[in-house]
Write a protein that binds this ligand. Sequence first.
Ligand SMILES: Cc1cc2nc3c(=O)[nH]c(=O)nc-3n(C[C@H](O)[C@H](O)[C@H](O)COP(=O)(O)OP(=O)(O)OC[C@H]3O[C@@H](n4cnc5c(N)ncnc54)[C@H](O)[C@@H]3O)c2cc1C
Length: 462
Amino acid sequence: MTSLDKSLLDEFESIVGASHALHEDELVASYSTDWTGRFKGSTPLVLRPGTTEEVAQILRVASDANVALVPQGGNTGLVGGSVPLRGEVVLSLLRLNVCEPVDVLAQQVSLGAGVTLAQAQNHVSPFNLAIGVDLAARDSCTIGGMIATNAGGINVVRYGPMRDQLLGVEAVTADGSSISHLEGLEKDNTGYHLPGLFAGSEGSLAVITKARLRLHPQLDERCSAMLAFKSVGDAVSATAQLRRSVPDLHAVEVIFREAMDLVSDYISTSIPVRSDGSAWLIVEAASSSDPTDQLAQAIGDLGDLVLDVAVGHDSTSRAGLWQFREKITEAIATRGTPHKLDVTLPASELAEFVSRIPEIISEVDRRATAVMFGHLGDGNVHVNVLGDDGLEPDNEVESAVLGYVAQLGGSISAEHGIGTAKKEFLHLNRSGQEIAIFRAIKSSFDPKGILSPNTLIPAEEQ
Ligand SMILES: Cc1cc2nc3c(=O)[nH]c(=O)nc-3n(C[C@H](O)[C@H](O)[C@H](O)COP(=O)(O)OP(=O)(O)OC[C@H]3O[C@@H](n4cnc5c(N)ncnc54)[C@H](O)[C@@H]3O)c2cc1C
């Protein structure tokens, strides 16, 4: 356990109450290791504030005493940003879990930062409304964490990422001052858009305590299909065609060969379409009226591009197809601790990228394997590199893969963020001038550098 002055510990504890200030090793353990098990830290204290005012008081004390903190939501982040790697205090926002009444007239809702995505979905669905972002970690990830990472997920092709859902935030900056802009006005050109700045800030600028989200009509009529392709290039071409021809396209997810074999084995279910392909798409159309005909017509128009198709009309058969996509991350975790490289490529480079990756990785680590899947509608590929026999792969695979991504004009982080895992690679996508601006923004919100000091911004060269 890292030490913290006893009087400071008492001061923090008096803000949240003894039962919400955790310091015993067994109580703080789960807050100190990330979801993948790759990033393990330690903390002298986990604080679980129940109100925005308690968050503000904690930050005032921390700022005066120069104590660094790591804000944490559901701890499902995949780049090591949510854990205390250098003995920071953990600020768990899970108790800020109030869902305010749905504003049906405006089609908006204000949610506490600690509300989980599943809770938010259940809260708005009785009003025939839906949250625009959905992802497999929905039972644990929180609204605050999703904003801080600008989470993407399976419906970006239709609604955009978390930043596009944000109409306002309430947040507390490092010195304990609160900012609140929750009116939810769709048009509000009164200067800088702070919610947009907080989206993707990974806890480095402010602690998000509440958010005002735009909602979308709930689309209960759905049709899903799994499509098998001979080559990755065919899957990319089909995606472009489907995006043009299916007005109610809701998701286009891709699973590549190793990922398909792994997940099929993990869920003990054989692949419902031809298994001799190189890539499989899971496509979903959603509407207020049955979208089966529009999807069937568009798939028919793909002609020989597709090897085989399975369609899911009702919720059971759709879930049967979707489990192949939703269970991949869990399936990978059973094989070891992967290095997760979440990247975006220009559409024209995707096929070349996927075919070259195994070779690029094996040049660095002969025994490592790449398990790839992603959100093809957004050009987003998750490259999971597993080492031999459950071990982690050689660290050099990261610079080899990310360097190749940058060379092809892609992004080294599609949706998971930079965190601690990728901050030394930020220069591959951002110029020195941009990183200098990042530092200036960080220091105007957090001049002492006490918020999430290990994420996003690389160390300055001496
Ligand atoms: C099975 C699985 C599937 C996933 N699928 C996707 C996917 O499809 N798309 C995607 O984008 N991500 C995905 N993720 C990653 C992850 O779920 C998201 O990044 C999620 O948004 C993180 O939310 P969280 O509450 O768990 O945040 P945490 O992991 O707790 O924190 C993530 C970052 O946000 C900061 N943070 C957390 N709360 C706050 C706050 N209130 N104020 C300020 N900073 C804060 C933390 O300091 C940290 O830097 C997946 C993860 C898993 C485990």
